[in-house]
Design a binder for this molecule. Sequence first.
Ligand SMILES: Cc1cc2nc3c(=O)[nH]c(=O)nc-3n(C[C@H](O)[C@H](O)[C@H](O)COP(=O)(O)O)c2cc1C
Length: 358
Amino acid sequence: MPSSATDAWRTQDAERDPRRRALASALLAPNAHNRQSWLVDLDQPNVISLHVDTERLLPETDPPSRQITISQGTFLEVLVMALAHEGLAADVALFPEGEYGEHPDGRPVARIDLKAAAPREDPLFASVPLRRTNRSPFDDQRAVATASLETIAAASARDGVTVKSTNDPKMRDPLREHVRRAWDIEVETPAKALESIRLTRIGASDIDAHRDGISITGFFPWFTKQLGFADEATVLDPSSTAHGIMRDLGRDGARTAMAFVWFETNENRRADQVAVGRAYVRAHLQATALGLAWHPMSQGLQEYREMDAARRDIHAALGVPWTGERPERFVQMLARVGYASPVDAAPRRPLASIVRRG
Ligand SMILES: Cc1cc2nc3c(=O)[nH]c(=O)nc-3n(C[C@H](O)[C@H](O)[C@H](O)COP(=O)(O)O)c2cc1C
């Protein structure tokens, strides 16, 4: 991992303006496919206006931009924590010009009005620079204690978002199987797999040039290039070794899920999705504080035709019945949890790339 690509994880405090310092922390929020689809306006004093960067969506794997909207929530939650740390109370108005419909448009996701206040330390804020998405296989000999899952749920509960979990093999093991099947479907559906392949950055120069997407580092870049990973046709060919590696990555992840945590909402409005993002990042930060590895596996929740049956089955396995066109409740995120060796921080673009005005 080129250290320049991960500068953002070490330099948050270098910004001189408190709003910018807080934004430099928010930039470290987890976000779908590391697209970092955020734009902020700072042209009004004491206001931050957050918008979706509509050039950075995921049209194939996230057609309704639900995950992109959840990723606005993760950003917002870390931003509010970081502002509190700076002694700035944040009054957040969601979708002040109304929610966008089918696709994000230019309207703000949030207008955040700032007022000086006594600095307030959210206990999870210290974990912001330590949090990682860990896609490695987890230690399959080390269980996740129920008390840890309860701590995660308690730290992340928010109005309108229910956080649930299981480490019970009777529920967990069928879920592993559903998650694996969903992964296989995605890998075997060329248009969907291609979107991820095109956002995979292989080796230091590729990673540094983009500072987004999913990185392949270490000895693996050389190896993966030899196997044809850099060539789309090879990766899509089910008989190739590269394709097999991609398939096994998800399978190993699913197989070593020691517990699952998931997030439900009664409705699926944009505001619900933002609320999920806020709860989700808190859960991940609490898992980090507990020393747990965390990996969302979103494939089975994605809204495209080839995934429809798997999506219903995952909802059913989580105890959510489906009637007609919709589930009784919406499962918005599903993450596997366990113990694993630490992984590198993921790249981030510089703060200037998300500040549109100001
Ligand atoms: C809405 C959402 C969906 C995500 N889905 C997945 C997923 O299916 N698989 C995965 O490996 N990571 C997933 N992630 C994690 C992101 O890929 C990760 O946050 C991003 O690459 C940045 O890495 P970091 O979390 O280590 O900072 C998701 C994150 C969010 C917020």
